[in-house]
Design a protein around this ligand. Structure first.
Ligand code: NAD
Length: 327
């Protein structure tokens, strides 16, 4: 070294001595790493249920590589099969070319979360609606993901600020609340946690729009915007049914034809999910007006979770078609 060369800063010296820190150079130098939309190539979807598979499908159709993970690899594999079936249906109906169907399928890989996180530019968590479970997932995702990766949650109600608090990248944690069924519904509700930064919001907005979705933005309040309206509505329908005000079929016809809610019952969402959101509204607002109906609680306790378990307010066949009202 000549005398004219500047002394490296003590931080740079530390970086040179500790090569593994180089992986995290931007944050080590005090700059927040960021993930631009153009840099997103690999998306990890964690939770391969009805929402995770839908998210995986539309991301793969748009050209992203998708690593689909679940609590066990076998479940991730069944999730991938479900997406392939869905893509095949679109092909058979002439809505997707054979080559697009093939390419989208090959872009999805069944994985484990541990293998998926280090490769992902964006993680979309779509696991069961349970606060503790999601907190554990965020902690692990933060530990194993690239420093600049964005961690998004498809949660219907869990606070993004709370999830971000389990990470060291609160500015890169955001809600991406897709609607069910994901390939059909136009809306994505973005949720900004207390520390979500503008860059993160802009990147996920761009991503959602690239998936042909319309975006709304909610602050981090229980139920955000959509479920703040929807869940008390569905819960009220449960109270009305429980009180014998009308039959399940008439309540649904009322919602469909009188209110223009074409998707019908809570069975499609999953009664466990509806109950979990109702509980978050009740607890986090501290207002008993959100208390879940006893009927809803009993159905979930009995394991009747709606279409996904073939029984909820209705009984469903193996293809998920409604057969009759549940006894
Ligand atoms: P689901 O029950 O169909 O799927 C949940 C999946 O998460 C299951 O495959 C389960 O095995 C998996 N899982 C559980 N623990 C896990 C773990 N530790 N790691 C990885 N995966 C794990 O539920 P869903 O309807 O797909 O809901 C998923 C999320 O999407 C929830 O947060 C829910 O609130 C939200 N959401 C649901 C709807 C809806 O209408 N169902 C709409 C919008 C958002």
């Amino acid at each position: 070294m000549t005398v004219t060369e500047p002394e490296p800063s003590s931080k740079a010296r530390t970086l040179a001595l500790l090569p593994w820190i180089v992986l995290d150079v931007p944050s080590a130098l005090g700059k927040d790493p960021k993930m631009l939309l153009s840099e997103i190539g690999v998306i990890a979807v964690v939770g391969a249920g009805q929402m995770g598979t839908g998210i995986a499908q539309i991301c793969a159709q748009r050209g992203y590589r998708v690593l689909l993970a679940d609590a066990a690899l076998e479940r991730a594999k069944s999730g991938k099969l479900a997406v392939e079936k869905q893509l095949g249906r679109l092909r058979d109906k002439g809505k997707l070319s054979a080559s697009d169907c093939e390419q989208a399928s090959t872009r999805i890989e069944a994985s484990t979360a541990e293998l998926a996180y280090p490769q992902a530019d964006l993680v979309i968590e779509a696991a069961t609606e349970n606060r503790e479970l999601k907190l554990a997932i965020f902690e692990q995702a933060d530990a194993l993901s690239k420093p600049q990766a964005i961690l998004a949650s498809n949660t219907s109600s869990v606070s993004l600020t709370l999830l971000a608090g389990r990470t060291k990248r609160a500015d890169r944690v955001v809600g991406m609340h897709f609607m069910n069924p994901v390939p059909i519904m136009k809306l994505v509700e973005l949720v900004r946690g207390m520390e979500t930064n503008e860059e993160t919001l802009a990147t996920v907005r761009g991503l959602a729009e690239s998936l042909n979705k319309t975006v709304i933005v909610s602050h981090d309040r229980p139920g955000f915007l959509v479920n703040r309206m929807l869940i008390p509505f569905l819960n009220e329908a449960c109270f009305a049914l429980d009180e014998g005000t009308g039959s399940a079929e008439d309540i649904d016809q009322g919602a469909r034809l009188g209110l223009n809610h074409p998707l019908g019952p809570a069975d499609l969402i999953g009664l466990d999910t509806v109950l979990a959101i109702a509980r978050v509204l009740e607890q986090d607002f501290g207002d008993p007006k959100y208390r879940p109906s006893l009927l809803l609680k009993n159905l979930v306790a009995a394991g009747y979770l709606g279409r996904k378990t073939k029984r909820g307010f209705y009984v469903y066949d193996d293809q998920g078609a409604k057969v009759r009202p549940a006894p």
